[in-house]
Design a protein around this ligand. Sequence first.
Ligand code: BGC
Length: 766
Amino acid sequence: MTSVTPADVVGRLTIEQKARLVGGASYWTTTELPDVPAAYLADGPHGVRRLDPANGAVAGAEPATCFPPAVALGATFDTALAERVGAAIGAEARERDVGVVLGPGVNVKRSPLCGRNFEYVSEDPLLGGRIGAALVRGIQSAGVGACVKHFVANDQETERLRVSADIDERTLREVHLRPFQHVVTEARPWTVMSSYNRVNGTYVGEDARLLTGVLRDEWGFDGLVMSDWVAVHDRVAALRAGLDLEMPAPGEARVGQIVEAIRSGELAEDDLDRAAGRVVALSRKIRDTTTPSDATDLVDHHDLAREAAAHAIVLLRNEPVGDTDADTAAPLLPLASNARVAVVGELARTPRYQGAGSSQVVPTRLDDALTALTADFPDVAFAPGYALGPDAGDDTALAAEAVAEASDADVVLFFAGLPDDAEAEGRDRTHIDLPPVQVDLLESVLDVNPRMVVVLSNGSVVRLPFADRVPALVEGWLLGQAGGSAVADVLTGRVNPSGRLSETIPHRLADTPAYLDFPGEGLHVRYAEGVFVGHRWYDARDLDVAFPFGHGLSYTTFGYDGLTTATHHDELRVTLTVTNTGDVPGREVVQCYLGRDESAVARPPRVLAAFGVVELEPGESRRVELTVPAADLAHWSVREDAWTTEGGTWRVEVGASSRDIRLTGEAEITGDDAVRPITAGSTLREAIADPTVGPLVAGALTGMSEDVREMALAIPVGRMPFVPDSGVSEEQLDELIALSDGSAGRLRRTAAKVLGSMARRRHGAS
Ligand code: BGC
């Protein structure tokens, strides 16, 4: 039997049929044609949101496991765990006849104000890329496509359908494209979603350089590019650029536009055929993938959601309390099993477990921390303390009741966090504060009982003005449907916390990297922080932060030693020994950062280059090897318009956070710094740095004073014939340019003349 290729299928279609095929047929389905089944596309990203195809609303989806959103998965730093979560989402999708899961989202969090940060993994491009790739591998292992989104630079909600993210090429490459590059090259997603916004003035959906040049030609992407919902501005330009599928259901008007563009010659039929072929290929890939035979087990998936949530919780602080002179002073966590516990805060009873907008999953069940804690402790008092919801304000009676309940408990568990309306798809925050009513109550309770553990629920970081006053502080993000049980697991010590901050907690909004450039003005937002996003910014500016990137405590302690580095042709290997030096089993997230003292480009002091999780029994030691692909050491050279690796000595730092470096070493890296030919535009400095020309020209500088030398070095050699009295003719200059490959004597004479005449002029002038 001869197989029918997508091109064969497309070859039999009329222009109208093809034009219809490159647009969706409903909110969630692609267009069906003979031999081309409709594909169902479902949000995503942290669970399956299957709705009736005609239902474009957020509500009304079939229940599915609500796994921890990306913000929490990022904090696990655990790619194996993310892959298992992906596989479970994929299995539920497959069972519901979903062909593509619309996620993960890997945009870089350049500001904590972005209303959709809960849907993104990290402020760090490597962490975002690695966790994103793991999710894609997992989802696709179930025979379902993933859709990595939102490609690219959709890092704010304000004016997301119109704003232009104005980004210099190095920043675009090294930061904002980077997580997508990891996902595409490491996990080969079936689809990519192009974002709403423009980049440097051009809609991403119409940007051939991004959609075809970078994504396909450079990274080798061979899947389908779909638009975000209602993102297409000019369909003809989008088809030319490489945007294959317009979603959701653009209708007959679009079909007419496409047909007309082909008839008038504005659009080549090949461009339409290519896009239609990719829709056919996706639809058949979904059809031809074998459905796994086992039904998914929602109980197992709930347990997995609980495990992932527990590993996402970050223990920020756990100071000893009690009589400070006595040996009895001990941290509050893990909680003593017989503790009389006062739980304060509505969020303990009514958990906020996911963010608002298109990613909302209808959970199969929902655990709250209050119920879980009540099962764990013999004596639990509860007071909501504050109300949630749009009308929540000061409620003196609620507050007074909470203060009274808390006053004589052994320990107060204070649940604070952002309400649903504080962060949502479609709008950005304007501040990073918790509701004042919660902070005021927290302070009042602290006054009567300082033995307090604060548990936070938030989709992006919040300011913690009380951090130094509370002995224990737990970052609980938005943890999905099993988050309540996971919080109890960590507070009781059933699970030893190992989550790490995937975003820095600053002291104040004004310290954050994009503070002066978010969300932009006049439909433009300048990415003026450049490559200094997230922790790179705070380190480069030497800014104190509340809690640094990568930070997270454990109920045990870990020792680091024995760092070695070795380079192989395509990677750097960093090896060290980690020992559990405490009394309980624990997981350590080992982080490797790289830096250089000398560089041709502005660099942050350290860049996250690799990370890994190691699980150790008390007293156990293990060698941990982290590898950094050589390609990850490259920076984007704007001059060369290419990736370039600087050779020489690189600093290797390994630690428990970006500001808790335990071991420092060095690695010798072979660079591929471009050797540029000497041209008329080269400066004398560059001529000196040239391996052939340099030794000859350097001699000519002897005896020149420092100030003259500096000025001379900055002059492009092509200007020399026009410097009065330089004595350099255009012919001589041509020789200088041509002779870098030989004729050393003549070159030396020319160079000496150039520099000598400059020195004379300088001395004569002074
Ligand atoms: C969001 C996407 C989502 C799509 C479908 C858009 O508004 O930006 O992330 O997948 O809607 O719900």
